[in-house]
Design a protein around this ligand. Structure first.
Ligand code: COA
Length: 261
């Protein structure tokens, strides 16, 4: 698939940067952009050489300023459910991916943009970043999983305030809320910090990292027994060659060389 709205670049370390690239529209997520994003994430699932992914927005002003409001005139009560499910499916693909994905939030992360950050495994931001779910201003609510993930990450009181007032919060407030792990001074520093974290994770046993992701995601699924899933995942890791390598390397006082097997 040739992308019109994404830039995808993988560096020599196997870290891929997916840039939402509609800067003149503050990187608003049009349906076509969402489709391209879904395709790009599918490619990540299929490519073991990709060790980690950074999702960011083009330019300095915005990560993603929401779903593309100019397409909203096409939405009605009949097709809206499908619209929401389409976004939910794409973001679930991000959340469930065993390759770590970090949102590098370089400005406005509003509406669907904020929801996109919530589906990533971690969020880092520049000092000028702003987070918000302003859908109530348009007479709607978040539909790409935001009501669930925001509540899970920052708690119901703060999530309610953000979604019911439509107010935005700064990067520092987002850090206080536990929404953001680190606030960086510039976009370059932000991308460098994301890369550093992904390279650290990339040195660990990939299977174990994937199991951590599954266990964390089980927290939000009421049909899953997270403790059972954790025990199964633990047992699963114990059957890998990487577990033998990890414990042998410790005894031999050397760095482990994990292979993902
Ligand atoms: N969908 C479509 N286009 C969008 C957009 C969105 N979500 N957000 C911004 N844009 C477009 C603007 O229409 C404008 O396009 P134009 O130059 O063709 O008029 C361009 O991006 C720049 O935005 P602008 O509003 O001029 O920038 P600003 O600095 O004055 O304001 C925001 C920035 C983010 C506060 C403002 O753009 C905004 O409120 N955007 C919508 C946020 C939102 O409600 N998102 C949730 C959608 S469910």
């Amino acid at each position: 698939m040739i992308y019109q709205n994404l830039l995808v670049d993988t560096d020599d370390n196997g870290i891929q940067t997916i840039t939402i690239n509609r800067p003149d529209k503050l990187n608003a997520l049009s349906l076509e952009t969402l489709k391209e994003l879904k395709d790009a994430v599918h490619q990540v699932y299929d490519d073991e050489t990709i060790k980690g992914v950074i999702i960011t927005g083009s330019g300095e002003k915005a990560f993603v300023a929401g779903a593309d409001i100019t397409e909203f005139s096409e939405i009605n009560e009949l097709n809206a459910r499908k619209f929401a499910e389409n976004g939910q499916e794409t973001f679930k693909l991000i959340e469930d991916c065993h390759t770590p994905i970090i949102a590098a939030v370089n400005g406005f992360a509003l509406g669907g943009g904020c929801e996109l950050t919530l589906a990533c495994h971690m969020r880092l931001a520049t000092a000028n970043a702003k987070f918000g779910q302003p859908e109530v201003n348009l007479g709607i609510i978040p539909g790409y999983g935001g009501t669930q993930r925001l509540t899970r990450i920052i708690g119901s009181g703060k999530a309610f305030e953000l979604m019911a007032t439509g107010n935005t919060i700064s990067a520092d407030e987002a850090e206080e809320y536990g929404l953001v792990n680190y606030v960086c001074e510039s976009k370059d520093a932000l991308l460098a910090k994301c890369e550093e974290i992904l390279l650290t994770i990339g040195k660990k046993a990939p299977h174990a990292v994937g199991q951590v992701i599954d266990c964390i995601n089980a927290v939000s699924d009421p049909e899953k027994n997270g403790f059972q899933i954790e025990a199964n995942a633990f047992a699963n890791c114990c059957g890998t060659e990487d577990f033998i390598e990890g414990r042998t390397a410790f005894i031999e006082k050397r760095a482990p060389n994990f292979t993902g097997k």
